[in-house]
Design a protein around this ligand. Sequence first.
Ligand code: ADP
Length: 537
Amino acid sequence: MMQTPLTMTQMMKRAEMFFPKKQVVSRTASGIHRFSYKQMAERTRRLADSLTKLGVEKGDRIGTLAWNHHRHLEAYFAIPCMGAVLHTINIRLSPQHICYIINHAEDKVLLVDPDILPLLEKCASELHSVKAFIVMTDDKELPETTLSPIYHYEQLLTESDPNYSFPEDINENDPAGMCYTSATTGNPKGVIYTHRGIVLHSLALGLADGGGISERDVAMPVVPMFHVNAWGIPFAAVWFGTTLVLPGPYFTPKLLAELIETEKVTITAGVPTIWLGLLKELEAGSYDLTSLRAVLCGGSAAPKGMIKTFEQKYNIPFKHAYGMTETSPLALISTLKSYQDKLDPEEKLEIRSKQGTLVPGLELKIIGKDGEVAWDGKEMGELALRGPWIASEYYKDERTQDAFHDGWLYTGDVVTIDEEGFVKIVDRTKDLIKSGGEWISSVDLENALMAHEAVFEAAVVAVPDAQWQERPIACVVLKEGFKGKTTKEDLVEFLKPQFAKWWIPDDILFLEEIPKTSVGKFLKRTLREQVQKEVQK
Ligand code: ADP
């Protein structure tokens, strides 16, 4: 067979050649904009030319601090296709972490949304490597800013060459992108994505039993483009000629529902918090969401009750998936096997609420106390993964040795695997509750609580205990109509038939909200501290 390089340039060129009429729908601060892939490709070439004129060379890291919109999409292709490295920066991190990330990656140019400028101004004096800032604005004028030298994205494009040719000498193992993931302690850790990794991961997103994205889809990634490349959806969508809908900055559940309805979105992707918000909106307003054939959900466990409501009440198919920054991210996806169709609805829901089976192309092993665990859905162990879109190290970081051994990535996720190979995330190694030498899964308790009609959100954390080492405490946010009515005792009674006695939380605290990370996951560390103070009172 031929050894042709798997590069992102071929992805871009395919959209340009075969799907010039297909559309990108982009919401920005000034409203909805529509572009064809022909225009998108031309603007991408122009951006690559502009960056070359600013002195960007092969291998240089170019940072983006931006929402999901068409200019960010252009950067997604222009930067890797010109041989540079697309470094998407999580704008929800603290200014200190953002500054650390930019310096550690040694970004040469930053592409920034206008509303993010103030954040960047706070740490500008500490940035050592940045030679230019480019503002991705709809306005004709540049905004007021202390950053310098500063350029206007559209102005640069106007002055550039629409026929810029991408270099031919890109090696498939060259870096194409990078992304930093937050660590439990210390600074964020960087992961490099190669051209080859991105191409192969995109193929997995297109598999019928993977993401199942095709040309006929209208895909709306709600997951931010600064978080694991919006799960790789923009790359795959452009390659496949899929219509893309990019929801822009500061969207609300109402806006998402409207976009799904008006643009006839067929597939969308985001974390459970987004979908809980959308469900609330669907209860309040009336929308036609019949176009949706898949809601992809990952990043943290999708509560069973939520999957049930989407599918049974709204007839919207739900796909639970699992991954991490280090895995590009798609690694597991929960699709029933054909012969499981005949199971009863509750059994099917039980299976589909697991994180799923392994995506073709990857390998897994699960290491428990005594070596690889049994496939019995009970024995717990740490999930390890390897494959062509799994990172092999952290970028210039000593913490590589904590997670990578013998050619495997140790995910830090404790899981079980059943007879059919469906993996269930039981906890993060650091969030498991160790009570009397046994493990209690905070995730199982959370899911059970969230299936109660009065519960909007629930998080369970460990508190130190003299007798048992650790004990679980539940933190619950009640739905509006239930506040002051549903009691701790009601919830404990609800849990009792579902768990062994020693799993039942020692206390249930009612909160107004649960602290979340920059990507909408429960911030267990902060919650643990909060709960400990509460318990000591
Ligand atoms: P961060 O580590 O910064 O939160 P990642 O997106 O890389 O960012 O997080 C990956 C982690 O998210 C996984 O290791 C796992 O613990 C959790 N995770 C991802 N998807 C799921 C899922 N479907 N169910 C439960 N946990 C999940």
